[in-house]
Design a protein around this ligand. Sequence first.
Ligand code: SF4
Ligand code: SF4
Length: 710
Amino acid sequence: MQLAAQLASFLVPGRALFFLIHLIGIACFSYIVAQRLVPLMRGERDFRFDQPWVRLGRVLKYWLGQWKQPRYRAAGTLHIFIFAGFLVLAIRAFSVLIVGVSPNFVPPGLSGRAGDVYGVITDYAATIVFLCMLIAVIRRLVFKPARYAVPAKYGKGHTADAIFLLSLIALLMLADSFFTAAKAAAQVRQGQPVEVLAALSLPWMIRNALVSTSLPTLGRMYFGAYFVHELTFYFLLCYRPFGIQFHVETSLFNIYFAKLDREILKPVRWGISDTQLDQVKSFGIKTFEDFTWKHMLDFYSCADCGRCSDQCPANAVGRPLSPRFITIKARDYSFAHYPVFGREKKGTALIGSIYSQDEIWSCTTCGACEQECPLLVEYIDKIVDLRRGMIDEGNVPQSLQKPLKALESRGNPYGKMEKKKADWASATEFQQTCRVKTLDHPNGAETLYFVDSITSFDDRMQSIGRATAKILSHVGENFGILGAAERDSGHEVRRFGEETLFMALRDHNVEAIKTSGVRRIVTADPHAYNALKHDYKDVPPVEHISQVIAREVESGKISFHPVENKNDVYTYHDPCYLGRHNQIYDEPRDVLDAIPGLKRVEMSRCRDRSFCCGGGGLMLFYEPKEEQRMGVKRVRMAAEAGASVIVTTCPFCMVNIEDAIKVAGMEGKMTVIDLTELVDRQVIRECPNAIEERAGEIKECVMASSHILK
Ligand code: SF4
Ligand code: SF4
């Protein structure tokens, strides 16, 4: 007791000073945070208060559990150690602060044995955090991971700031350890019961170095360490909201309020129904204040780790887009226009000041950035909203004007006549093998095959349509198509920011689907699948053809001949809107693995890290500046994996990859095939007797089809 009082007395002379530092520190921090909240108050509405338990679960998973960190093994492991250390040290940091004004303070529940155990844990935590800081500094200075680099066009690098902050945290750990060690060394010198210190920890090593120091010197060290700790703590607290370290404060909230269903695109305005949209004067984002408060919180929460841009295919091929800088530029804008000290400046147009048009059109909405971000920062909604803003102001890229007009007048981007929509199914040879009804009224068909524009009109992609129809027919589906009544699904139209055109296409299709009387929908186009599943309301459940095939392989209705060319090596390319956006990864692979003799390899970037082929829908009509095509990069990845055949399940991937094979000069070495085409090629059809038995039925069906398609 005597010693405790003696040590406590070391802090007494500074009590008033410490109290003042507390007051100033807390006041400054509160003021800064209040100022940082100002733009959020000016932002647009965003509904993020539903499903609190689900949100809390996500906080446990992504914040407390650091779920996404190990995706980058070295940096992620380092971060997990630092994060865990911070959590352990949080109670200690606050108790140390209170000790300054109340020297004998012990946190409730942490006296006696429990306190000793907690002390040992914090000793190790401080040591680990200190070492992690050193490693992080060395990584930044020596190994310089490429994803931290800041290209000149985006301003100056952030390395100096990062090192400054890492050093401050290291200093905090050192001060804390000195504080503990000085007290323990004094106990040793006095021959008093010695506070338990964790062996080989930083406080333990410092105590061992200080045991021969005189008591008054230890007292001064105790005081000095405390003073440094307190100053550093408050400086860090107040400095963080000025840069990348603000995520320490905001990440928990950012994850709690993160979007629960990533696939549902943000409406033009939260709380405004489609029918009220004509009352909305301005669509999309034009100025910073048009972002929602949550999207502004995203800007504050970005840790500048560069993972989003590292995975972004647009960035990889040199398009003028790097998602990380979409965020960093907006954060810099926010800090400059809503300064902590000074007047706010509102209303500057973002396009032309911090963002360029090309930058915003360069995104394929592949979702790789969002998949990767450990803090669940959102990009697609922001980019689509920025596009809505540009479209609203008439800034539509030249190459997109014609397809958009065609979509408006003809319901497809190619400007083809509606009545030609079912031509792909009218070839006599095809009709002899497959029945395709047109469902312009309820005629008993249970399933609608939604074909969408590219498969209906592109000569090459029509083969996917025919293969899909043959597979549906083979498994005994009573199905049909909408034919001339089908409009483009509008998936890309919506993602290009043309909300009203999308709504017109959607409403037309919903009406046609309802008229057909079907109970479910199947499509072979992941973009149509995503639109029908997430953008449409009140339509029957939708499946992608790969799901149907996988189920029927399982049920035994589909079985395969062995592949003929045993030298071929297959690889599966996950289309973004099937894989990342809808988590359909296994079914196509299961189908491939069910084909006897088929050798399959995975590309280094597969499943939720799949690399976009270049984008679908209207992306086919937009040619951004780029150093190389995404498709070419993808084809090279397939070659590196040792594949000679790329299998995909999306007509847009097929276009891009087929084209890329030519551009890369890999014709003859690499081919691409749609899963439906492969299944159609390999499937074991009925035995001759069974065919004979069904001959009459087929004949009848052919007659019906020709009648329908006339
Ligand atoms: S959605 Fe894809 S293309 Fe767009 S910014 Fe993200 S990673 Fe890049
Ligand atoms: S948005 Fe996310 S992934 Fe991208 S730099 Fe920021 S924290 Fe990292």
